[in-house]
Design a protein around this ligand. Structure first.
Ligand code: DGL
Length: 270
């Protein structure tokens, strides 16, 4: 059986890239719901429905474990899927998100006291990060900033330049408007690592930037060590399959950019 990695589109490839680099021997299926992306401004009901369809699809493609590599889906759909879909229909499968490991990484920070989070409006509105963090570290202040224009810019290949920089400065201003003493910035959207250099150029150099792929990959490795009942069912052929709900040519062009090497993809209906 394989490890499924799901995202609303291309962004989850940044998470897949880190997971695959750390656990290259396993077999993976990446699914991007490019036909319905972006999820960031959609309703709870829509994100939940789409995510459930994707999880069922990946289970049908032999995934023992699905990583929801999308913050918006993790925020709006993960808990319901874990509590309502799995116990009755798929008791031997697991679905993990990327919010909990990110929050655990934030909670491990020692000196830092003011953490900012940049994400889609959906993730910010869900309050998932704030609620999870409050359970682990009530002393840390979390400043949340919705950055609605970053995903469309990135999806359109604007990875640097004046247009992107204008919005990055604006979002950083929104951040410091809430606190002048931000010491950490968590990129809580799968797409943002692609513009890390541009973000780094705008955010002061003493602010630490946390990138989710670097957090999620070791966390998954640890999970597999602690869950032999799942790990022992995973095959080790080192193969990855890439599936998209939209045009394969567009997927392959952007996937090459995200991954740094060409891939072949297949179009699927959920
Ligand atoms: N993958 C989404 C996230 O991490 C960003 C793209 C979208 O809005 O669908 O929130």
């Amino acid at each position: 059986m394989r490890i499924g990695v799901f995202d609303s589109g291309f962004g989850g490839l940044t998470i897949y890239r880190s997971i695959h680099a750390r656990l290259p021997r396993y077999d993976f299926v990446y699914l991007g719901d490019n036909a319905r992306t972006p999820y960031g401004q959609r309703s709870f009901e829509a994100v939940h429905k789409f995510t459930r369809e994707a999880v069922r699809f990946l289970f049908a493609r032999d995934c023992a474990l699905v990583i929801i590599a999308c913050n918006t889906s993790s925020a709006k759909a993960l808990r319901t899927i874990q509590q309502q879909l799995l116990p009755g229909a798929f008791p031997d499968r697991r679905v993990l998100g990327i919010i909990r490991p990110s929050i655990e990484a934030v909670a491990r920070l020692e000196k830092q006291k003011r953490v900012a989070l940049w994400a889609t409006p959906g993730t910010v509105l869900s309050q998932s990060y704030a609620l999870e963090l409050a359970k682990l570290r009530s002393d840390l202040r979390l400043i949340q900033v919705a950055c609605p224009l970053l995903v469309p810019l990135i999806e359109n290949g604007e990875l640097s330049g004046n247009g992107l920089e204008y919005f990055l400065r604006k979002y950083w201003e929104h951040t410091v408007d809430q606190s002048r003493q931000v010491d950490t910035l968590l990129l809580a959207c799968t797409h943002y690592p692609l513009i890390l250099e541009s973000i780094r150029a705008v955010v002061p150099s003493d602010v630490r930037i946390l990138v989710q792929g670097e957090i999620v990959a070791p966390s998954l490795e640890d999970y597999l060590k602690r869950h032999p009942e799942i790990e022992s069912r995973l095959t080790r052929g080192g193969a990855s399959e890439f599936l998209t709900t939209d045009r394969t040519d567009a997927f392959e062009r952007l996937a090459a950019l995200f991954l740094g090497h060409p891939v072949a993809s297949e179009r699927v209906e959920l």
